[in-house]
Write a protein that binds this ligand. Structure first.
Ligand code: GTP
Ligand code: MG
Length: 618
C-alpha cells in the first residue's frame, strides 16, 4: 500500500478549486481566495486512511503547461473539478482534462480520476445526467461527487474518495468495461479460497468463512450477516452457494459485488492479508522474509511448521491411503504459481509401491529442502499460506535455525534432528545403490544409475529411540573434490569396493586430504561384501588404517542384502553425526566400534555364503 497520497486538483478557471481546498483546511468558505493555494500536507493521523496526504492546487493563470505536466506525473490521483452550473466546464472534462492527464497512458497505467461537481448550492437538480456518459466513456474515473465549497457539503468526502482511489485502486482488481474481475485478481482470490477451504471440499462452510473473516478483519461474522451474505450470492448466481456454503464462484461474485459497490477496501484488505501488493503479486516481505543463518548453523522445519505441513498432507490425501498421488500432489500445490516438486522428489524420498510420495517421504522432502535451500522452502510455505493459517507474523517461524556446530561440539550434545552425510567413494563402488537402499529400494538395472536418480536422498532413522532425519548426498567423483566446502557435512561416509583391490586407496587419500584434521566424523563402509573380498593394494589393510586413525572399523554393506542389517548401518551414520565429539577421540570407543563392526562383518559374510548357496541351488 502507498505510504502517502498526492492529490492534484485540475479544471477550468473559476470552478472553485482553490475554494475547495481552503474550505477543507479552514472548515469555512473563504470569500476571497488567491488564484492558487499553497501545497498543503494533511498529517496521517487526521486522515481517514491514516496516511499523509498532499493536496496540490493548479491555476492556469499562474502556471505553465510544463509545470502542469510535471505535477500530473507526480500525482497519485486527480480531481477534475467542474462547475455544476456551467455546461462548458463539463464539456472540457472530456475534451481537455482527461486527454491531458491520461491521453498517452496505456490501459492499466492510467492515473485514477475523480470528477468533482462544485457549487451544488447554486443548482437544485444534479449534474449526473451529463456526467454519467463521461464516466462510462473513461474507465479511469473512479467515482464522481457533487459538493459545495460554500456550504461545506461533501468536502471531506471528496478528499476521502481521492485517498481511497490511491490506497485501494480499482484498476488492478476490476475491468469496468467488461464489468468483471481481472485475471490476476481471480488468480489471487482463488488461491485465497483454496487456502481457506480447510477440509478441501471446495466449499467454504460457515466455520471456514468465520475463520477467514477473523483472520482478515479480526472478528467473526454475526450469524445473521453470514446468512445475508449467502442469500445475496444465492440470489445472484446459479452456483455460488452449495451445501449451505460458498463455492469459488460465489466467493468471486461476492468480491465483484464489493467492488461494484465502491467497497474496494474490503477486497484489498483480504488480498493484503494474504500477502499481495498493489500489483497483485505476493510481496517480497511476505515470501522472502529475512532469515539469518550463521556459518555452522543449519535450518530445519520447526515443530509448528511440521504441524502445518502434516495438516496440509491430511487435507490433500483425499483417499486417505497415507500417500499423495500425483493428482493429490498437484492439488496441494495448486496455490503455487509453479509446481515446486518435480520428478526428482520421488527419487529422493520414500515412496509407496506405486511411486506415490508417502507421508514420511513428504515430511522428509520438506526437511531436505529446509536444509538445502531454506529461502526457497519458505517461499513455498508462503504460497501455501503458512503464516495465515497458523496466525504467525511471518514465515520464519516455520523453520528453526540450529545452534552452531562448534557449540554442539563443546556442549557434547545436539538439538538438531537433520544430519547431512556425504557418501564418497570411487566410481562404481555402489554409492547410488547405497542411497537407494536407504529408501528401501534396489537398483533395478544399470541404466537407472544415471540421471533419473537424485544425488540426495533423505529418510528417517532411529537413534537412541529418537527419530532423526538423515540426508545422504552422493558426491560425484568426476567433479574435483578439493574445496573444503565440498567436504563439509555432519558425517562422511567413505565407501570402497571390497571386491576391487584399487578401491580403498581413494578413500584413504580423501580421508587424509579432507577429514583427518577436521572434526567431522568419518565412517568407512566396505561395499559389495556379497562378492569375494580381495586384499586392498593400499599400504595398510582397511581395518588397520581405521585402527591407526581411530576410526570405527569398516562396516560391511551389500545392496543385495535383504535383511534389516543395513538399516542399522544408516542409524550408525546418524549416530556418528550426532556425536561428533566422540570422533577419533577415544580409543576405547574405537575398539568398541571395531568389535561391533567385525562382529557384524562375520555375520554378513556368513549370510552371503548362505545366500550364494541358495542362489546356486535355484
Ligand atoms: P482559478 O484559480 O482561476 O483556476 O479558479 P478556481 O477554480 O481556484 O476558483 P476559485 O476558488 O478562485 O473560485 C472562483 C469563484 O467561485 C470565487 O468567487 C468563489 O467564491 C466561488 N466559489 C467557489 N466555490 C463555490 C461554491 O461552492 N459555491 C459558490 N456559490 N461559489 C463558489
Ligand atoms: Mg484557484
Amino acid at each position: 500500500m502507498k505510504q502517502d497520497v498526492r492529490i492534484l486538483l485540475l479544471g477550468e478557471p473559476k470552478v472553485g478549486k482553490t475554494s475547495l481546498i481552503m474550505s477543507l483546511v479552514g472548515e469555512e468558505f473563504p470569500e476571497e481566495v488567491p488564484s492558487r493555494a499553497e501545497e498543503i500536507t494533511i498529517p496521517a493521523d487526521v486522515t481517514p486512511e491514516k496516511v499523509p496526504t498532499h493536496i496540490v492546487d493548479f491555476s492556469e493563470t499562474e502556471q505553465s503547461d510544463l509545470f502542469l505536466k510535471d505535477e500530473i506525473i507526480k500525482a497519485n490521483v486527480i480531481c477534475v473539478v467542474y462547475d455544476v452550473t456551467n455546461e462548458d466546464t463539463i464539456e472540457k472534462i472530456k475534451t481537455k482534462w482527461i486527454p491531458l492527464v491520461n491521453g498517452d497512458a496505456e490501459k492499466g497505467n492510467k492515473i485514477p480520476i475523480i470528477l468533482v461537481g462544485n457549487k451544488s448550492d447554486l443548482r437544485c437538480g444534479s449534474s449526473m445526467e451529463t456526467i454519467l456518459p463521461i464516466m462510462n466513456q473513461f474507465s479511469e474515473i473512479e467515482t464522481c461527487v457533487e459538493c459545495s465549497a460554500k456550504n461545506l457539503k461533501n468536502i471531506s468526502e471528496l478528499f476521502y474518495y481521492a485517498q481511497k482511489a490511491v490506497l485501494h485502486p480499482t484498476a488492478p482488481l476490476y475491468d469496468p468495461e467488461d464489468k468483471q474481475l481481472k485475471p490476476l485478481c481471480v488468480r489471487a482470490l482463488s488461491r485465497i479460497f483454496y487456502i481457506s477451504d480447510q477440509d478441501n471440499d471446495r466449499i467454504l462452510s460457515d466455520a471456514e468463512l468465520n475463520c477467514f473473516q477473523k483472520s482478515c478483519f479480526g472478528n467473526p461474522l454475526a450469524p445473521q450477516a453470514l446468512e445475508d451474505v449467502k442469500t445475496v450470492v444465492w440470489k445472484n448466481t446459479s452456483d455460488g452457494v452449495q451445501d449451505n456454503g460458498l463455492t469459488l464462484n460465489g466467493f468471486l461474485f461476492l468480491n465483484t459485488l464489493f467492488i461494484q459497490r465502491g467497497r474496494h477496501e474490503t477486497t484489498w484488505t483480504i488480498l493484503r492479508k494474504f500477502g499481495y501488493d498493489d500489483c497483485l503479486e505476493l510481496m517480497d516481505d511476505y515470501l522472502y522474509p529475512e532469515l539469518r543463518v550463521p556459518v555452522g548453523c543449519t535450518t530445519e522445519i520447526s515443530a509448528l511448521g511440521r504441524h502445518f505441513l502434516q495438516q496440509l498432507f491430511d487435507k490433500y490425501d483425499e483417499d486417505k491411503d497415507g500417500a499423495l498421488s500425483p493428482a493429490e500432489l498437484r492439488n496441494l500445490f495448486c496455490v503455487c504459481p509453479y509446481m515446486p516438486w518435480g520428478a526428482d522428489v520421488s527419487a529422493a524420498v520414500a515412496t509407496t509401491d506405486d511411486g506415490y510420495v508417502s507421508n514420511r517421504g513428504y515430511l522428509c522432502q520438506w526437511m531436505l529442502q529446509a536444509h538445502l535451500d531454506v529461502h526457497r522452502c519458505l517461499e513455498h510455505l508462503g504460497y501455501l499460506g503458512f503464516p495465515i493459517l497458523t496466525e504467525q507474523e511471518a514465515l520464519t517461524t516455520a523453520v528453526t535455525v540450529t545452534r552452531e556446530r562448534n557449540e554442539d561440539l563443546e556442549k557434547r550434545q545436539t538439538q538438531r534432528s537433520v544430519f547431512l552425510c556425504k557418501v564418497i567413494g570411487p566410481r562404481g563402488t555402489g554409492k547410488t545403490a547405497f542411497l537407494q537402499r536407504f529408501l528401501g529400494r534396489s537398483l533395478v538395472s544399470e541404466e537407472s544409475c544415471s540421471s533419473a536418480l537424485s544425488p540426495y536422498v533423505i529418510n528417517t532413522v532411529q537413534v537412541n529411540k529418537q527419530e532423526k532425519f538423515l540426508i545422504l548426498n552422493e558426491v560425484d567423483v568426476d567433479t574435483e573434490f578439493l574445496k573444503a566446502s565440498d567436504a563439509s557435512c555432519d558425517v562422511a561416509c567413505l565407501m570402497y569396493d571390497a571386491s576391487d583391490p584399487h578401491s580403498f586407496d581413494y578413500c584413504a587419500s580423501i580421508y587424509k586430504q579432507h577429514y583427518m584434521e577436521s572434526n567431522i566424523p568419518c565412517v568407512l563402509v566396505a561395499s559389495k561384501v556379497d562378492l569375494q573380498e580381495v586384499r586392498q593394494f593400499h599400504g595398510m589393510a582397511p581395518a588397520e588404517f581405521c585402527y591407526k586413525h581411530r576410526l570405527p572399523a569398516p562396516l560391511p554393506f551389500s545392496s543385495l542384502a535383504l535383511d534389516c542389517g543395513s538399516r542399522s548401518l544408516y542409524s550408525r551414520l546418524a549416530w556418528a553425526a550426532m556425536h561428533p565429539h566422540l570422533n577419533g577421540s577415544d580409543m576405547s570407543s574405537t575398539s568398541f566400534w571395531l568389535r561391533v563392526a567385525l562382529g557384524s562383518a562375520v555375520v554378513a559374510v556368513l549370510g552371503f555364503a548362505i545366500y550364494r548357496a541358495v542362489a546356486r541351488l535355484k
